[in-house]
Design a protein around this ligand. Sequence first.
Ligand SMILES: C[S@@+](CC[C@H](N)C(=O)[O-])C[C@H]1O[C@@H](n2cnc3c(N)ncnc32)[C@H](O)[C@@H]1O
Length: 219
Amino acid sequence: MAGAADLDEDRLTQLALNWDGLADEYAARLGDELSGKPFDVEWLAAFARAVPAGGPVADVGCGPGHITRHLAGLGLDVGGYDLCPRMVARAAQDAPSLRFAVHDMRAPLPDAGTWGGVVALYSLIHLGRAEAARAVAGWARALVPGGQLLLAVHRGAGTHREDRVFDRDVPMAITLYERDEVASWLHAADLLVRRCEVRAPYPSEFPSERVYAWAEKRA
Ligand SMILES: C[S@@+](CC[C@H](N)C(=O)[O-])C[C@H]1O[C@@H](n2cnc3c(N)ncnc32)[C@H](O)[C@@H]1O
């Protein structure tokens, strides 16, 4: 599979700076996005029902924390992790009762083997291909038996570049993944694949197809 080499530290620093500058805009534009995304709402509800003992759950690459808040509203014990301090600060400001922390998803989650669930929606798009596979393997290790993993990425091959995000001159490159590649991470990590599907974009979204995957750690 072409493209998307591992990130070097300069690219990672630039990525963090770029997202930092977009944190408030992200919160304003997408804070209520789930109200127009019934597919995501249904998947999140099914995921939440399956998490053993209601958590703990890590929302990795949580951005401004709107998915974290939604999961908390479904009764999960959930915290959010993100590379960008400004995203974390914004998420904490909007949900002071929830836990948020700066964390690079290329590193293992703290408290390995204790997580009832890991959610990573549109955050693996910022890793290189091999890094993404390693991150998923690490999350599989972090889960308790019966623990649940939920992923979403933009579908495609190679990488996609934008010069502007949210109408601002912020360059952003993302890694695209085919459904079979996402499924291969789950199989390689010996997870039980519950669902792995492609959905079309909603009118409010960037016009890319998306891969959603839900897997469970074997008991
Ligand atoms: C497209 S946003 C997705 C946010 C949220 N999960 C959602 O679904 O709207 C991607 C997020 O991943 C974060 N991110 C990028 N690289 C990361 C890394 N190495 N570790 C943790 N978070 C990262 C970015 O800071 C950004 O907040």
